[in-house]
Design a protein around this ligand. Structure first.
Ligand SMILES: Cc1cc2nc3c(=O)[nH]c(=O)nc-3n(C[C@H](O)[C@H](O)[C@H](O)COP(=O)(O)OP(=O)(O)OC[C@H]3O[C@@H](n4cnc5c(N)ncnc54)[C@H](O)[C@@H]3O)c2cc1C
Length: 329
């Protein structure tokens, strides 16, 4: 079956982590259209998938910021340029065309005049679930919370995504049990306070530290010490963290050196019109830092803009010389 072709964009970015988001901002600032593909269900890369609850202290000009808030700010900065997000899609192939490149995912084909690979450590895919296949609805991602209204949902995990799912599903009037093998859950102070309020009011059933002994057709057997009890569940959501996977992109002929792609001073690879930014760029060495990736994103995006339209200088000039629309204007 042939994949549907999307309308071409000037620039296509593989990876909507911080480097991809910042590159997309500059592409938009240069007046070009931009699309971002990410295998994860939300933008923000490692900050969203691995440590949304943690404080970051070394972002320039920001004494401390929660990772989830950094992502929200990057996304808001880019929003005026109307980026086209394609989430939950894994980029798989790169093919040269008459006027650029086409990247295919499992869902579609995306032509563009230039591509920026901002793939970080790889596609952030949910860890495998090893709970057997007896239960009919075990998932590693969640649909719209309102679709769970009135249903019994078992959430397994202690990561911030598990905590947020418990809050969202309880608010959507699902009957939620949250279980984790450790006593502590991860989340922002506000999330954890809300969790405790719901537990105390009896709106949320929390079982921790508790092991999931076994799933069956109607729910799960949970073990807390010597106590074994059955919890009914129409759906089981396993939030077991994410693992990065570079394998799809490592088949692209980019001269990979281990987990890195070599680039020139313009952050361009050996393929004309294919640029790189962030953790995956060899130019940063093993400095896997936000500040380094954001700088590479500025270089990659502006050189990509010049590649797409040679009338645009590579150097963007100063944003402070411009007047951009402000939120609410
Ligand atoms: C626990 C932890 C704490 C950290 N703390 C700090 C800190 O305090 N300060 C700091 O500067 N840095 C910190 N870092 C590092 C920082 O998060 C990374 O440097 C940064 O996220 C890299 O951004 P990136 O956009 O290059 O890649 P990523 O954030 O990894 O984003 C890449 C995105 O590309 C997507 N992707 C990859 N391959 C594909 C594909 N084939 N198809 C579709 N999508 C794909 C991924 O799903 C991902 O969303 C920390 C990292 C971790 C893990």
């Amino acid at each position: 079956m042939s994949l549907p072709f999307a309308a071409p964009t000037d620039v296509l970015i593989v990876g909507a982590g911080p480097a991809g988001l910042h590159a997309a901002f500059y592409v938009g600032l240069r007046g070009l259209s931009v699309r971002l593909i990410d295998a994860h269900s939300e933008v923000g890369g490692q900050l969203s998938a691995l440590y949304p609850d943690k404080l970051v202290y070394d972002l320039p000009g920001s004494p401390s910021a929660r990772a989830a808030d950094i992502v929200a700010a990057l996304k808001a900065q880019l929003a005026p340029f109307g980026p086209d997000y394609r989430l939950n899609e894994l980029a798989q192939t790169l093919t040269e065309t008459a006027d650029g490149w086409t990247v295919t995912t499992d869902c579609g084909a995306y032509p563009a005049h230039a591509v920026i690979v901002a793939a970080g450590m790889g596609a952030l895919l949910p860890r495998e679930v090893r709970l057997g296949d007896q239960h009919p609805d075990v998932r590693t991602g969640l649909a719209e919370p309102s679709t769970f209204e009135g249903r019994a949902v078992l959430i397994v995990g202690g990561v911030p995504q598990a905590v947020q799912a418990a809050l969202d599903l309880t608010a959507a009037d699902a009957r939620v049990t949250l279980t984790h093998r450790r006593a502590l859950f991860r989340g922002s102070p506000a999330q954890l306070a809300q969790l405790e309020t719901l537990r105390q009011s009896g709106h949320l059933n929390i079982q921790a530290p508790t092991e999931v002994e076994q799933l069956d057709e109607t729910g799960a057997w949970l073990r807390t010490g010597v106590d074994l009890r059955h919890v009914a569940a129409d759906s089981v959501y396993v939030a077991n963290g994410h693992l990065p996977d570079l394998s799809a992109l490592q088949r692209w002929p980019l001269g990979w050196q281990g987990e890195y792609i070599p680039v020139d001073a313009a952050q361009m690879t050996r393929l004309p019109g294919v640029f790189v930014a962030g953790d995956v760029s060899l130019s940063g060495g093993d400095f896997k830092l936000l500040s380094v990736g954001l700088a590479q994103a500025a270089l990659a995006a502006n050189h990509a803009a010049h590649h797409v339209n040679p009338a645009l200088k590579a150097r963007p000039g100063h944003s402070s010389d411009r007047r951009l629309p402000q939120p609410g204007e």
